[in-house]
Design a protein around this ligand. Structure first.
Ligand code: NA7
Length: 534
């Protein structure tokens, strides 16, 4: 890379979760200087903030981890099939210590603005602590599910009890023993926290807007022999995972739903249910593309819900009917549906009786007042674009990213944006990351960026940016592959549909992680096709 000139460092990295930490590691390997900024007081990103009771990853431990260091993957011992939040956080802290990454990071500091200076070819980055740092490269490792969505309901400031959002949970453990508690939202976070809070609370009221599909995790301690066997072939497992649609070693069926007779089909759903997790939606290869195939897979889950929940009225309210299975992120739970068999748990359907407001004592629906000591908002995120939207980002000609993305985000490969030179996004819109094992996607994206910087360095190139035409083509391709699936049917956060006023576009790339990686590799081989250097 040419002389750093007036820059304070080569690169600013925003965020110190899985993505930011690995980016810092790669930058150091390239001999580049970096400054990291992180809003939290420690590393971990999503896993730093999501400390709610029951928080757990829905990808298995042995897969949801870094692969870049064989020593790390061999040394680290996971204790459960699916890792709980505290264990993942310990793991990320371990990685940060092991590779001595914290010395590059300024904690408790939120980046507020990033402006491209065309004359100097530098990014000027500002923080809420008054830092002003200039760097040649600005890398956003800000996360796809990090901008918690404030519930759109009036009166919160009047509430006399305590309230929480699952995505910004306090550090000190919260004990709901003896309390009247509300949980609003039944996505992955709500579905994980409800069974745990139910065991503590005097009474738990669940406010549900859309019932979701959930598959049991069947979480269990990870047997040492199983872990050792997996580690003996770690590199091979990782390579196979990277070649799949989602970066996860599920059992991807090669059969269509109606290629097999009804009894065999049911047996396959049952077997998948018994194995647990999101593997279920890969029972047949047409579940995400063929409505009748999806309906058959959904129906099996509906039957299970009706069998678990004893009160038929409650069961019916919990049965998802308005979106194809998997088109809202499928949930993976421990005792979720069974929680509604407890005497101290009740369900309120807010489609029937919407929440009007928060009151001093609790919540008011169109039907009645509910008193609560605590309210838990499990209401999700301004996903994929939210964290970027909250920073004032300006590219060439002072163009604001918020303006450029007013009608929906546009990127090339989910990584770069036309008019924003030397500005990289990890897990951005147009990347497959939120449909994958995000750690696998992060390693690929960070690797792409690091290789790109090495390329600039070795060729003495000052700037790189996406060609507008390549960006248009990528956006068109992202939409085209989404339209071949059932995903756009659902009012999901993948579609931006959970945030009032957000443009309705399919945010991630659904063409498959393996295919995406191959496209990126071709682009590089083709001398960074679709990128302009200066
Ligand atoms: P999600 O999946 O976006 O779920 C949020 C839930 O909150 C969902 O059930 C929403 O209903 C509900 N919600 C949101 N706003 C409201 C209001 N105003 N009133 C009532 N209910 C509301 O977020 P999670 O945190 O659970 O999971 C996010 C991702 O993290 C997850 O997909 C995994 O990838 C990990 P809706 O469905 O919009 O009707």
């Amino acid at each position: 890379v040419p002389d750093r000139g007036r820059a304070d460092c080569d690169a600013v990295v925003v965020g110190a979760g899985f993505a930011g930490l690995y980016m810092l590691y790669r930058l150091r390997q390239l001999g580049l200087t970096a400054r990291g900024f992180e809003a939290g007081s420690g590393v971990g990103g999503t896993w730093y903030w999501n400390r709610y009771p029951g928080a757990r990853c829905d990808v298995e431990s042995l897969q949801y981890s870094y692969s870049f260091s064989d020593e790390l993957q061999q040394d680290w011992e996971w204790t459960e099939r699916y890792p709980a939040q505290a264990e993942i956080l310990r793991y990320i802290e371990h990685a940060a210590e092991r590779f001595d990454l914290k010395r590059d990071i300024r904690f408790e500091t939120r980046v507020t603005a990033a402006t491209f200076d065309e004359a100097a070819k530098l990014w000027h980055v500002e923080t809420d602590k008054g830092d002003r740092v200039s760097a040649r490269f600005c890398i956003m490792a800000t996360g796809a599910l990090s901008a918690a969505k404030r519930p759109e309901m009036p009166g919160l400031e009047e509430f006399g009890g305590r309230w929480y959002h699952t995505g910004s949970w306090p550090h000190e453990p919260v004990d709901f023993t003896g309390q009247r508690v509300a949980v609003i939202g039944t996505g992955s976070s709500g579905i994980q926290t409800i069974p745990v809070v139910a065991k503590q609370a005097a009474h738990l009221t669940v406010f549900q807007r859309t019932p979701n599909f959930s598959i049991p995790a069947w979480n269990e301690p990870l047997a040492p022999e199983k872990q050792a066997a997996w580690k003996a072939n770690y590199a091979e497992h990782r390579a196979r995972a990277r070649d799949t649609r989602s970066g996860i070693l599920y059992e991807y069926s090669q059969r269509g739903t109606f290629d097999v007779e009804e009894p065999e089909r049911q047996a396959e759903y049952e077997r998948r249910w018994g194995r647990g997790g999101a593997n279920y939606t890969h029972a047949f290869n047409d579940i995400f593309v063929r409505p009748e195939a999806n309906e058959a897979a959904a129906d099996y889950v509906r039957t299970r819900i009706r069998a678990i929940v004893r009160n038929p009225e409650v069961a019916e309210a919990l049965v998802p009917k308005d979106h194809p299975i998997g088109t809202k992120r499928i949930c993976v739970d421990t005792d979720y549906y069974d929680s509604f068999n407890r005497d101290n748990v009740s369900l309120v359907d807010v489609r029937r009786t919407p929440i009007e407001r928060v009151t001093r004592e609790g919540l008011r629906t169109t039907e009645r007042d509910y008193p609560f000591d605590s309210i838990i908002f499990a209401t999700g995120y301004d996903a994929v674009t939210g964290a970027l939207d909250r920073i004032a980002i300006r590219g060439r000609g002072g163009e604001a990213l918020r303006d450029k993305w007013r009608d929906g985000p546009k990127t090339y490969l989910g990584i770069m944006i036309a008019g924003f030179p030397n500005f990289f996004i990890i897990t951005g819109p147009g990347s497959p990351s939120v449909l994958t094992n995000v750690v696998v996607a992060i390693e690929q994206h960070v690797g792409f960026v690091a290789d790109c910087l090495a390329h600039l360095q070795s060729h003495g190139i000052a700037t790189i940016e996406a060609e507008p035409e390549a960006e248009e083509n990528w956006v068109a391709h992202v939409n085209e592959v989404a339209d071949r699936t059932l995903f756009p049917v659902a009012n999901s956060w993948y579609m931006g549909a959970n945030v009032p006023g957000k443009p309705r576009v399919f945010l991630p790339y659904v063409g498959g992680f393996g295919n995406y990686t191959r496209i990126c590799e071709e682009v590089v081989r083709d001398n960074y096709r679709g990128f302009r250097v200066g």
